[in-house]
Design a protein around this ligand. Structure first.
Ligand code: 8YV
Length: 303
């Protein structure tokens, strides 16, 4: 049995997932580039493999159809927007993901980013290193209205972690209803919230969920956090609204194009991180072990 691991970093904080593969008698090959692979690189890496432990690289029909031996695609992560699920089904490839590992890691990151935005920690750190000693006035999290878009596992974890800060929590979700928090439509939530945080998938969306019009409808002086998915936010419109001061700040962890090279890097009111929502060691180790167990369990089914 041959397994390719295309996710950009794997087993760096514990050998457990590789031990699991070895014990199952699998030959495995790791992503040699340490970055997100291109479609051709995925095909090259996974040629002849029965299983793939995948990251966020594109796994569309053109890639999957060039991997005729592939039986199982196991995402090391929760988001499935990079996988063409229809093509996988048609091609007889079983698909799995790891919904539990990233939850707490992303939720804790959101709390940190919210605090950082409100107190401008990263901005003053940058200034101080550049020789500028300037005390910027911040804001309290207490009393703020937090609007969560997408109230799945991660959205709920964010709401639970923020509740002790004495904030008001509203959420928009087309499917879930979660008792204890105020459900509202997106058009109502955006002008209402002081802080908006995105926790939904991009699957099935052709354009940004927060397009220019919706970003304009956000409350003046509010903050946006996107550690959900790149492409949920129109990055050009976000740049314009931050530059114009309509939005006070934004924290962006996921981008349309990764690695991100765009203009948001010019703005002091933005915190930028390289898609590290799930990069808390404890959660990551669990995700990797889950991804391998899911892969082995599914491969067993195909026998
Ligand atoms: C990446 C994520 O998948 O869970 C997700 O959907 O975006 C991240 O956890 C992961 O870092 C890639 O291996």
């Amino acid at each position: 049995m041959r397994v390719a691991i295309s996710t950009s970093s794997f087993a760096q904080y514990g050998r457990e997932p590789l031990d699991l593969l070895e014990r199952a008698g699998a030959d495995f090959i790791l992503n040699p580039h340490g970055r997100k692979l291109t479609p051709d690189e995925v095909v090259e890496l996974a040629a002849g493999c029965d299983g793939l432990v995948a990251g966020t690289e594109p796994l569309d029909r053109s890639v999957l159809s060039r991997l005729p031996n592939l039986k199982v695609l196991s995402r090391c992560g929760v988001g499935m927007d990079n996988v063409d699920l229809e093509a996988a089904e048609e091609l007889g490839v079983l698909v799995r993901n790891t919904p539990l590992g990233p939850t707490r890691a992303v939720a804790e990151l959101i709390v940190g980013l919210a605090m950082d935005l409100l107190r401008q920690v990263t901005r003053m750190d940058r200034e101080l290193r550049a020789g500028v000693w300037k005390k910027r006035m911040g804001n309290l999290l207490q009393g703020k209205r937090v609007g969560i878009i997408g109230m799945g596992r991660i959205g709920v974890a964010v709401a639970e972690l923020l509740t002790p800060f004495d904030v008001e929590i509203g959420y928009a979700d087309p499917v879930s209803t979660v008792p204890g928090y105020t459900k509202m439509g997106m058009e109502e939530l955006l002008p209402w919230a002081d802080i908006v945080s995105l926790h939904c998938s991009r699957t099935g969306m052709d354009c940004a969920l927060l397009d220019r019009q919706r970003l304009v409808s956000m409350k003046p002086g509010s903050w946006l956090i996107n550690a959900g998915r790149g492409g949920l936010v129109d990055e050009e419109a976000l740049y314009d609204l931050l530059s114009a001061g309509h939005l006070a700040g934004a924290a962006v962890d996921c981008f349309c194009e990764e690695p991100y090279q765009g203009r948001l890097r010019e703005l002091d009111s933005v915190i930028l991180t390289p898609h590290i929502g799930s990069y808390a060691r404890e959660g990551r180790v669990r995700m990797e072990a889950d991804a391998v167990s899911n892969l082995l369990e599914a491969l067993e089914k195909t026998k």
